[in-house]
Design a protein around this ligand. Sequence first.
Ligand code: INI
Length: 166
Amino acid sequence: LKASKITGQLQLHDGSIGLVAGRFNELVTAKLVSGAREALIRHGVDETRITEVWVPGAFEIPMAAHRMASTGRFAALVALGCVIRGATAHFDYVCSACVQGVTQVSMQFGLPVTLGVLTTDTMDQALERAGGKAGNKGADAAAAALEMADLLQRIPGTLSRKPTER
Ligand code: INI
């Protein structure tokens, strides 16, 4: 048996890419969205194939992602949010609900939903990761979405799950 190594390329074939962004800490999340859009466009994705959905906060990201996943139109989704640790335990609940919810949607639909949700102690740390000296995690998550969508199509023996057009 010939050994094979399968990796995904950064290119979109069918369907659209959905960005799901939380408005909470919008100063940061707007930069994550721009970074994600720029990365997608840089990798040849036509703007008409990017759907941007805004929700109140990171807690609501899984619900919107779930609805988008159910349409079958998306090749992948990108969760973009920013949770900054306050004085309370609210931070931990919002983070875990968001991450667990996003994971559930991804596994339920067999659809890549990548994580561009920042969870930091301070606003400065968040800004560093939203186009500052630590790069743009929105761009990274968008690239991961493209890679995973392409990768899944290359894994042999799986039924074709191409998204429906538009
Ligand atoms: N939502 C965030 O996206 N980031 C936060 O830092 C945050 N904090 O700190 O509370 C936050 N809370 C709102 C939450 O996501 C929901 O929108 C809200 O609880 C309504 O359900």
